[in-house]
Design a protein around this ligand. Sequence first.
Ligand code: GDP
Ligand code: MG
Length: 445
Amino acid sequence: LGRRINAAVSNLNREPNLDEKAFDAMIKEICSALLSADVNVRLVKNLRKSIQSAVNFKDLPPNTTSNGKKRMIQQAVFEHLVQLVDPHAEPYKPKKGRSNVIMMVGLQGAGKTTTCTKLARYYAARGFKACLVCADTFRAGAYDQLKQNATKAKIPYYGSLTQTDPAVVAAEGVGRFKKEKFEVIIVDTSGRHKQEADLFQEMIFVQNAIKPDQTIMVLDGTIGQAAEAQSAAFKATADFGALIITKTDGGAAGGGAIAAAAATHTPIIFLGTGEHLADLERFDARSFISKLLGYGDMSGLIEQIQTLTRESAGMKETQKHLSEGIFTIRDMKEQITNIMKMGPLSKIGSMIPGMSGLMQGMSDEDGTEKLKRMVYIFDSMTAKELDSDGKILISQPSRMVRIACGSGTSVREVEELLTQHKVMASVAKNMGQQKKNMAKANSML
Ligand code: GDP
Ligand code: MG
């Protein structure tokens, strides 16, 4: 999607006199790219109107450059999409020293049970006394699944193999944990394959029985256009106050998440980014949209680095590599060390694809610490490793262990760095390909 939008905007460059016709054609292309990313038709129509009024050619100073217009259009698309996923409603925040009851709702397979445990773990890691209650008496094995996850995450849990009324189990579990002064009590509920009357009835019974402080809808991020209707139907019944979008790791286009947030005027609070219990990311509207648009903008970053490090020989090499679509670990090292000279991290981190997630919710201090540890890891690599695409490390775990020991970090951190590198390298490759295509197209003219 990002590539298509960027390409549409780039095409403007070839228009010597950027006129309204070219502008309209570009907006059309952007809209069709958004539609193919599952952003729904009505939202795209609104976006179109909003860009057209934000970028009014007649009101622009006559000397506005084509680049200046390009930037305005990109900015308008970006801001509009950010507005859609940012409903300006504050989600409930659990408070320490009291019981916060959180109820999860959503269709079967959306990721509720997995996300419950992720969330409990998230709060436990932040000093909350957290626990889980299984109120899914509908699906056989639901309690076992929750037990297994909870045990893995060392989170206390409650459930019943004999009680079939979910409202009763929920009330029992919540009652017990409240007495034991648990601070975050997360209640997993059952789903159905479809939005059936039974499911909604059950949700209301459970909600009335436990009076949750927050109800969260868990929505499968891969369902695309269906997200709007599904979230709206749940909202009408269970009136949730927050959304968690799961399976965002599978290359889902992201339009579904936008539609759900926009249709229900409800904030997205977390993204599920994988099957592991640690795969939960705080949601940030700006970084979500910049990733969606592919604006985790390498070119912007490179520009900024260029002005700061014109003299650095290493950066020259990196730029040459980038223009060829190559991105070695050494290139990553050059970028990270340069970023550290640039600060403030919160701004800059979000400009690198794959880095925004890494630094999300971190203070500048924590972010700097993280980057420092990455540099220790780079410093423990051999020249051969640095100049590689990372595969020799991934295929030889003993190298990772050696690097982790040498740098005083952990294998997990080395792995994480390699994952970041992979993301950055794939962006670089796309950029290289785009440049090649452009050169080819130009030479054919
Ligand atoms: P529930 O029926 O809503 O409770 O859904 P589950 O928690 O049982 O999850 C259904 C499936 O989705 C399981 O195989 C999970 O491992 C998987 N899943 C949940 N969240 C994510 C996620 O963020 N990413 C990926 N890739 N898989 C997920
Ligand atoms: Mg479940």
